[in-house]
Design a protein around this ligand. Sequence first.
Ligand code: M6R
Length: 607
Amino acid sequence: MCGIVAYNGSIAAQEPILHGLERLEYRGYDSAGVAIQKDGKLQVERAKGRLHALVERLSDGPMEGTVGIGHTRWATHGEPNVANAHPQVSNDGNFALVHNGIIENFQTLKNALISEGYSFQSDTDTEVAVNLIQKYYDGNLKEAVARATGDIRGTYAFAALSAHEPDTLVVARMDSPLILGVSEDGVFAASDVAALLDYTKKVIYLEDGDLVTIGAQGYTIENQGEVVEREVVDVPWDATQATKEGYDHFMIKEIHEQPKALRDSLIRKVSGGTVDLSDSSYTREEILAFDRIYMSACGTAFHAAEVGKRALEDALGREVQAEVASELRYYMPFITEKSLVIVISQSGETGDTLAVVKEAQKRGAQVLAVTNVVGSSIDRASDKVIHCDAGPEISVASTKAYSTQLLSLFLLALDFGEKVGRYSPEEVRARVKELSEIPDTIEKMLEKTIPEVDAIAEKISKKDSIFYLGRGLDYLSAKEGALKLKEISYIHANALPSGELKHGTIALIEEGLPVVTIITQSELVEKSISNVKEVKARGAHTIVLTNDEAPEVDSVADDKILIPKTSDLYAPLISVLPQQLLAYKTSVLLGNDVDKPRNLAKSVTVE
Ligand code: M6R
């Protein structure tokens, strides 16, 4: 949700902390702050709004000092303002703390602290934690943080400084991502690797319960009072992947990166012309023994899950369930030790999806994760993992992650289908060949489609509402298109199965209302065209996205985007691209902050 960067080393701390926060701004961006220790004093600066507001405040003179903490926030407790920004400072001014996560029992702890004479300036749960640290401080910051975390129920990634211990930084993790970065110039702590790529690629993924003391000479990790060793691993991403590289926004860069992301993903999952998921998949016996298969995720990843469900059902000839994670986590009566739960998450940190992993495992189920972030919480918690290989996705609106999630699920379905004998090896090879050609197809389509989409975006950017229609897989693709548009353009967008229109929603169709209809499913073309006719007859502005060249489409479409033909099952991999472009261009025309849409954050670790 929020972004943490902390540093203790030999160079001035402000620059790497601000630089890291800039890289993490996509995680939260309603306020930001930094605290740096110098000569036994804590210097603290905070600002409401985007990071540049904080940078401006610091422009008169940088803070000196080589130990510091920084934070970019997505509000959970209290509105976004300076008082609620992090770092939060203790009553005596000697402790500063940045925090990601939620302290569930903060009100009880706060009441107790108030009765002991503490006062509070913010609405945050973090201010409670920093005052607990003050309360427990007895000459050792690490011990004070450990005692404070002992009182806390909830989730946290903490980074704490004390004026009493000029050379010490203490960080702690519980159910909220936190990594260490090790470089020649010192040790970093951060919420994710994007913050560190310009300084080091050597990272340590901390575990829940880890408490780390970072001193001038290095770091010590403890868990439940014992010193533990954690592996230092090399991150496969490089720093340029986390920059815009000349594009105006990360989103458009990431849209254009899809062919490459899909190729990278194929390289790692295909060998000798067929699917090779190695240990990331299950044996024939295991697949046949699963009593139920569930797929679960949130947002865009859930839209990928819904398409993946269809692919798996085709491959296995049996029912597969798809449930949003925020629901499944609280209601999974039928998941047992015989079940398989497939979760999908770009970040690997989504709180609801992680909760599904843990709850399903509690019931003894197998969990297979499809995730983009190696070392993320979901990656590490799951029994098996398929990595999407999309590279870092920075824009809040997910694009290349979605297409690589689809590809990963299609390949998983082929693997399962062949193992259970529903697909022949030749059939699998043919389908792998088709999937392998899609990156080139998309590349060519992007060039052609951009001007067509731009012209349509001009029209819809003036509207307040838009509908998306589709049947079967086209409906699932339309859902993703509508989500993309609403989250970055703020135009109301509603996706529905075309056939449902007449059961109520058609009442909303009026002169000039844009209706986007996706038509790629060969069996359903005629029926979908009838639905376009229905809305056209009521004055809608009809926009049809299709791979069918039937003249009938031309007669009903006010605007048409022709996309390349694929087999029906793989059509969402293609049809999503013009929809991503449409959302992007509309958002740009409206002057919105495309990569950081209002009220949203990239990684939703809270409920
Ligand atoms: O990191 P995850 O894939 O688990 O994130 C799930 C959703 O929060 C995410 O897909 C969200 O819907 C995107 N902003 C959509 O563009």
